[in-house]
Design a protein around this ligand. Structure first.
Ligand code: B12
Ligand code: SF4
Length: 458
């Protein structure tokens, strides 16, 4: 049986017209599915970003002539997921990933079945039995038209999963964000899944995908994969995609002790309340070059009420300072336009971001993804309808979906975002960032219609 697993292209939809730095990294979820089911089917992963157009991707998938099509979905790529399903010839069409899992009814208009969480066990059962009705963890529509949901299987220990097939992955085709300055070849890895905090915008939060349940691979299992990557593929750097890499201090210490002799450069993501000087020093000594922190808001009431981050701004300052002292580069990521954000709270947040002196900053606009508590709140409070993704209607970030801020329009949020970047780059190093500064001034002119902007940018 032939199975095509497709990761739709996304950079044109998600980053089109934005100045974000693009990276193309392997779709780990699909590669995990491939290796877990390799002995029961002939499975190919198709990375949409590698094709010149959506049509070229679809043609390649059709040339492969799959019996089963599986598409990984997220909110922003949903229109492409539909287009792929409609244009690919396959006897059975499956969807999975963070959008499908929370939009079952909509997905079943275009797919035969939807995976509700981790897909390894469900997909294997489906390929072995050939029957959706006998595969756990799928929702599907019976011949009577009624949606049925097979209970999700218990989540197996992560060490039970074979490593993704790095030969098939063609590591050399991917690219890390240039600003991460990772020596090539680089690879990505998850050493944990889930997170389980309460953040309202995140699907790794409690209640999100797989209930947000935090699960770990053993240090030994991680080191085995890293050793394969280093010795067989010459990999010199790793981007750890874990949601909260330093979740447990003892595991972090064990991980760092095991990583150090491998001599790899690496970067990771974590929470600011999971970073202190001791941890930062351990990370740096083990090869860590950069840490990404979701700061979200520098305005404490917004952080507490809208984001439910569970972090004090003083902890944010401490975490960033600890990394700086340890020689680790930091990225601080902020979100504008949560439900009760105002111009004042956003400006306070930007002031805070400038004080942090992080090496990089990201200002994003709040996206209410289905399955998050922020989405539920926005629907319950009548701020948004239970939406259909519509790229033509909602242009720019958030891609294809409505914003949720009561007090600021989409255009105002984009304007505040451009102003924030302008302030940041002028504050950091205006000479070095002259080109970016000019681009943001131009963007502000477009957003505000010219004259109004002069006061803002001077
Ligand atoms: C790494 C990552 C990225 C990377 C690379 C993505 C890639 N190439 O796959 C980069 C930085 C490029 C990225 C970009 C974006 N990302 Co991102 N990203 C992640 C992150 C941190 C890890 C993804 C991962 O590898 N997970 C591990 C694997 C094992 O899990 P998985 O992907 O969920 O797959 C499992 C199941 O879902 C299921 N499954 C998945 N697909 C399918 C398909 C079938 C057929 C079946 C049966 C099962 C199945 O089985 C898999 C194995 O168990 C997640 C958060 C997270 N912890 O998951 C966010 C996350 C996926 N990203 C998110 C978002 C929003 C984005 C962006 C839109 C952000 C932006 N504005 O730029 C873009 C869009 C990119 C795109 N591909 O469309 C959201 C998605 C929410 C949503 N509903 O859309 C997440 C969930 C974070 C969040 N906010 O909660 N991202
Ligand atoms: S700490 Fe990060 S990964 Fe965990 S729930 Fe919050 S935003 Fe998601």
């Amino acid at each position: 049986m032939k199975v095509a697993l497709v990761n739709p292209p996304f950079s044109k939809l998600v980053y089109g017209g934005e100045k974000s730095i693009k990276s193309i990294t392997p779709c780990l979820g699909l590669f995990y599915l491939q290796s877990y089911c390799a002995d029961v089917a002939d499975i190919e992963v198709f990375e949409g970003e590698f094709y010149s157009s959506l049509e070229a991707l679809i043609a390649a998938v059709n040339d492969f002539a799959p019996d089963v099509l599986g598409v990984t979905t997220n909110t922003s790529t949903w229109p492409y997921c539909v287009a792929i399903s409609q244009a690919v010839n396959a006897g059975l069409k499956l969807a999975g990933g963070p959008y499908a899992a929370f939009r079952v009814k909509e997905c079943l208009e275009y797919f035969d079945a939807v995976a509700l969480g981790d897909g390894e066990v469900p997909l294997r059962a489906l390929l072995q039995t050939g029957r959706v009705s006998e595969a756990p963890g799928f929702a599907w529509r019976g011949s009577d038209g009624i949606i049925r949901t097979n209970p999700t299987p218990p989540l197996p220990p992560l060490d039970d999963f074979p490593f993704p097939d790095h030969h098939k992955m063609q590591l050399g085709l991917y690219q890390a964000s240039p600003h991460r300055e990772l020596p090539e070849p680089f690879a990505t890895m998850m050493t944990t899944r889930g997170c389980g905090f309460q953040c309202t915008f995140c699907l790794s939060a409690s209640g999100g995908l797989n209930g947000g349940k935090y699960r770990e691979r053993s240090v030994q299992n991680v080191v085995s994969e890293l050793t394969v990557l280093r010795e067989r593929f010459g990999v010199r750097s790793i981007q750890f995609w874990d949601d909260t890499f330093t979740m447990r201090k003892q595991r972090t210490a064990e991980m760092c002790a095991a990583l150090k002799p491998l001599g790899l450069s690496w970067v990771c993501n974590t929470r600011t309340d999971k970073m202190d000087q001791e941890t930062a020093d351990l990370l740096a000594d083990a090869g860590c070059r950069g840490v990404f922190f979701g700061v979200e808001s520098g305005h404490q009431p917004t952080l507490d009420r809208d984001h439910i981050k569970g972090v004090e701004n003083i902890q944010v300052r401490g975490a960033l300072a600890a990394c700086r002292r340890a020689g680790i580069r930091t990225t601080a990521s902020f979100i504008f336009g949560s439900i009760d954000d105002t111009r004042q709270s956003i400006e306070a947040s930007v002031d805070f971001s400038l004080q942090l002196e992080s090496d990089y900053v990201l200002y994003n606009i709040y996206t209410a993804h289905p399955g998050t508590s922020g989405y539920r709140r926005a629907v319950e409070e009548g701020i948004i309808d239970s939406y259909e993704v519509d790229v033509a209607r909602w242009k720019g970030e958030p891609a294809g979906v409505p914003t949720v801020c009561r007090n600021l329009s989409r255009n105002e949020l984009h304007t505040l975002k451009a102003e924030a970047y302008l302030r940041y780059y002028r504050h950091r190093d205006p000479v070095k960032h002259a080109d970016l500064i000019a681009t943001y001034i131009e963007e502000l002119h477009l957003l505000t219609g010219g004259s109004a902007v002069d006061a803002r940018v001077s």
